[in-house]
Design a protein around this ligand. Structure first.
Ligand SMILES: [Zn+2]
Length: 133
């Protein structure tokens, strides 16, 4: 039996992954609300300052700064969604399995990228295909 390739993570391992995902989710949602706060406060500043200032250049950089923050938030947001999907896969008992080849995704990879759905090989294959298109 020991020569048989592992096809699934055991309960204990899944428990650790889950803990990791929860911690990550917590961290990301805190980060999102922190950024949202700073977006809101800079919007307030713009509103109160605009009547008095004619510094169009300054406002331009503010807008750029805000756009950067918005895209940062949306990035974090999709990561949060991916983490929630990972939790769903845990519930369905398919977490840690590559969605293309069905091989087990190495533990080390899941610890770094808990939302991973593909093994490294399939992921790099996919990226190659994307580049060729
Ligand atoms: Zn794979």
């Amino acid at each position: 039996m020991s020569s048989e390739k592992k096809k699934k993570y055991n309960k204990k391992e899944i428990g650790l992954f889950k803990k990791n995902i929860f911690a990550e989710r917590d961290r990301i949602s805190k980060e999102i609300s922190r950024i949202n706060e700073s977006i809101n406060s800079s919007l307030d500043e713009n509103r109160s300052g605009s009547a008095y200032s004619n510094h169009l250049a300054d406002q331009g950089t503010d807008v750029m700064e805000q756009e950067k923050l918005y895209s940062y938030v949306s990035q974090k947001d999709s990561y949060l969604r991916a983490l929630n999907e990972a939790l769903e896969r845990i519930e369905r008992g398919i977490y840690g399995k590559c969605e293309i080849c069905g091989e087990l995704i190495p533990k080390g990879r899941l610890e770094v990228v808990p939302s991973a759905r593909l093994c490294i090989k399939c992921k790099s294959d996919q990226e190659k295909i994307r580049k060729e298109q």
